[in-house]
Design a binder for this molecule. Sequence first.
Ligand code: NAD
Ligand code: ZN
Length: 360
Amino acid sequence: MIYDFRNFKGVENFAFGRGCFNHLDSILDKKRNSSEDFMVFLLDDVFKGKALEKRLPVKHNDLLIFINVKDEPKTKEVDRLRDEILQFSKQLPVGIIGIGGGSVMDYSKAISMMITNPGSSAQYQGLDLIKNPGIFNVCIPTLAGTGAEVSMTTVLTGPEKKLGIKCDYTVPNQILLDPELTQGAPLEQRFFTGMDCYIHAVESLSGTWKNPFSDAFAQKSLEMCRSVFLDHEPGIDADEILMVASYLGGLSLTYSQVGVCHALGYGLSYVLDIHHGLAGCLAFNQLEDYYPQGVKDFHKMLEKNNIKLPLNVCKNATDEQIRKMAQTTYNLEHMWDHALGKDWKNKITIEQIEDLFRRI
Ligand code: NAD
Ligand code: ZN
């Protein structure tokens, strides 16, 4: 088989295991070459005043910014934070460290690039639009599932669209996968973000872009998600397993794609402000026709983990909102191409997508 030639970039350094976060200080020290050099720490504000904040290796001229992720990352907020960092010092930071779930990691990936590229981040939503490499970027997940720690995209909501800035420069330079950091996450949130990983694997494995390279990562990731959420094998360290599953899920998408569920999920997030993990679950719940086994097992996972999905979420959505969600979804051509094939426009219509939304 001859594939479209794509020359991928990976994370340069990674460490895994309980306590690996303790090595952040020495990793950053290697980047501090003069007394003027400073780091910017972006920390999910859920950790404000908590033990994790106290463990950050913040030095005297570093900048610590708390990030609120009630809303998922927006281009406007990326630009504002970039300006705040540029005003903080006459020189540029030598590192941007994002510590949190997918939202904070995506902020750190985007800001790292926007410090060295002019204009608004909204200009760069798309493929390979960034011109200059970003600042050294470290991503440290405190929730496992999105794969943002390893992916070549940072998903942003802009004035016109929800779309990633996708290019080689988006990939973090360093990641620390410390399962200890995910321990306090609320069970529901842990489930929804974990399901993001599960859905990445299911979608990666069933579509036209799949190949042995993406399958290898997706199959293992799927197996690990099942062991955490379905089989509940005794004695397993679920936090450890989920963190590796997330990483593998992210890697599987480099060479494959997400599909129908993510296309619908983007519509839900863009128009109704529903977070990625929950939006994916709401959409997946209705997609038995496309992913029969995956959805069947998902229903079992909901039950086993005692998770009640909100129902009739789109009941009060106006016709205009439904239309906008369907259009946003339809515009994600690469996802449909992967899920249904090159002739996808003959297989799905905007009206059918609107019907799916009405059932959510
Ligand atoms: P999140 O980062 O949006 O966080 C969800 C909630 O969990 C927040 O309230 C946060 O404060 C809280 N939280 C995080 N860690 C916690 C912890 N250890 N203890 C207690 N609370 C904690 O959730 P997410 O699902 O990880 O990320 C979703 C985001 O990731 C979306 O913006 C989505 O677009 C993005 N995403 C990006 C990629 C990518 O490849 N770049 C892939 C998938 C999703
Ligand atoms: Zn996802």
